[in-house]
Design a protein around this ligand. Structure first.
Ligand code: ADP
Length: 491
């Protein structure tokens, strides 16, 4: 008898200790709802001490709009029924509503009659926030336009979103638990080994462009990003994949490539045409020039002689244009040839000045140099063409002015020739474009026509002589064009 008593006391003490140390709130109440016990966790969760709560009605912690729940619970308990994991809200002393999961059991007396209820309540705020966060993530994953799926390190698919269903044609139910190789073309199985080995090392694989297989056998070009899934101890336990269909992107790239090739082919055709046309024009121009020269010896009439002279000047202009066009097409075809001879560039500059001055009586071209002769190696005729081009531009683009200044400077390595005018100048933002083919700063000025070829040819000629050409300019004040060439050492 004493033994049974001792055992009962020990059991009681043990239960009391469990109740006291439990993380859950453990509360008991009568069938009328009067609180009869209140453990430490109940104090912590609801804010009332045992003294404050015991003897009070349980509605102390029930939000007013949930009082009907209590009637239902008591009804169940009176019938000897238990209630398990009932999720609801309860009120703390501070007036906060907290989400809890509650289990309620009837308390029976020695005759088996229900005399009260014991409640175990668990604060599920954190659990609920985690669940809500998970729901938000799940919603994002499912509404994403990218395929998002996860798999174990052995390649078993563990999640599969709606976009993946649409792209690959497998439903989530069909594919969960299947191996990822289901969507990998046989010849690309090695990729999976590589991806998994990277993920195992904790590395991400970003924007990996590849091809995957849809259920109907279609090959889909995709861009893949794979990240390791890590557990709370930091171990990699799987991989999450985001796949984007890049068919449209690839189609656009293919189209761009096709258009580029088309434009390139058309451009080549145009260059070819310019080349052919200028070549065809050269022969009749040469014979017209020949006939004009013969006529010159035959004509004695002063008026006729004047017209003949005008015709010859115009013919020279056409011939120069056709020659320039032919040169452009030679450059484009990589067929421009240069002679290699030693010549005095000062002499060439003087000849060019003389020639240009002869045809432009309104401008005075002044040469400023301290060097008598300067030898370089290259094509004298082509270098003369550059100087003539710079001089004629200096004259054409300085209407109303009357002088052009030429300078020749040299050190031991290089010679630099400058052609300065006091004309309209070039806007700063256009300066680096004037050496491009067919580029003209202002095409609208009918007084100064041109094709935008001269500087392009000059640039090519100087570069091919291992030199450099550039311009400095101030709008409405004038421009200076310089080119520098390596000197050939003379003994
Ligand atoms: P073109 O003179 O036949 O148009 P160029 O290739 O010789 O072709 O020159 C390209 C452009 O550079 C010209 O159209 C003109 O706008 C500009 N340019 C060249 N030289 C000068 C200059 N001395 N002053 C002002 N602008 C110039």
């Amino acid at each position: 008898m004493i033994n049974t008593l001792i055992l009962a006391e020990q059991k009681q003490a043990m239960l009391a200790a469990i109740v006291a140390t439990s993380d859950d709130a453990i509360i008991s109440k009568t069938l009328e709802g009067v609180i009869t016990s209140w453990n430490q966790s109940a104090e912590r969760i609801f804010g009332y001490t045992a003294e404050e709560a015991i003897g009070e009605h349980i509605s102390l912690i029930i939000p007013p709009d949930r009082l009907s729940e209590e009637t239902y619970i008591i009804g169940q308990i009176s019938n000897g029924q238990r209630i398990q994991h009932f999720e609801t809200l309860r009120l703390t002393k501070q007036g906060l509503q907290i989400p809890i999961s509650v289990s309620v059991s009837p308390i029976l007396n020695s005759e088996g009659l229900v005399i009260g209820a014991s409640k175990i309540a668990r604060d599920i705020s954190e659990h609920k926030t985690a669940r809500e966060r998970q729901a938000v993530l799940a919603a994002i994953v499912n509404t994403s336009d990218d395929c998002i799926l996860s798999k174990t390190l052995d390649g078993i698919i563990t999640s599969w979103n709606k976009a993946a269903e649409r792209m690959f044609g497998y439903t989530e139910a069909e594919i969960l638990g299947k191996h990822i190789t289901l969507i990998i073309p046989t010849e690309r199985l090695d990729e999976e080994k590589y991806i998994i080995s990277e993920v195992k090392k904790g590395n991400k694989v970003d924007h990996f462009e590849t091809i995957r297989l849809a259920k109907d056998g279609r090959q889909i070009p995709i861009s893949l990003s794979v990240s390791p899934i890590v557990d709370d101890k930091g171990n990699v336990i799987g991989a999450s994949k985001i796949a984007r269909d890049i068919s449209a992107h690839i189609a656009t790239m293919d189209e761009n490539k096709r258009l580029y090739e088309e434009v390139k082919a058309l451009n080549e055709k145009k260059d070819e045409f310019i080349g052919m046309a200028s070549h065809e024009l050269k022969t009749p121009l040469a014979s017209v020039s020949g006939y004009l020269q013969i006529l010159k010896t035959m004509i004695k009439d002063e008026k006729a002689e004047k017209f003949l002279h005008k015709a010859t000047v115009q013919l020279k202009k056409i011939t120069a244009l056709v020659t320039d066009l032919l040169d452009v097409s030679k450059i484009e075809a990589g067929k421009m040839q240069f002679k290699s001879e030693l010549f005095d560039i000062r002499k060439v500059a003087e000849d060019a000045i003389e020639l240009v001055a002869l045809n432009n009586k309104n401008h005075h071209i002044n040469l400023d140099t301290t060097h008598s002769s300067l030898f370089i190696n290259g094509d004298a005729h082509r270098i003369e063409q550059v100087i003539i081009n710079l001089l004629t531009n200096a004259i054409r683009y300085s209407p109303g002015q009357d002088r052009v200044q030429v300078t020749i400077d040299a050190n031991l390595q290089n010679v630099t020739i400058g052609v300065r005018d006091y004309g309209m100048g070039i806007p700063e933002d256009k300066l680096n474009q004037i050496f491009s083919r067919f580029y003209r700063v202002d095409n609208s000025n009918p007084q100064i026509s041109g094709l935008g070829i001269g500087l392009f040819l000059s640039h090519e000629i100087i570069e091919r002589h291992k030199g450099h050409i550039w311009a400095e300019s101030n709008l409405n004040e004038g421009s200076v064009f310089y080119f520098r060439l390596p000197l050939t050492p003379t003994q």
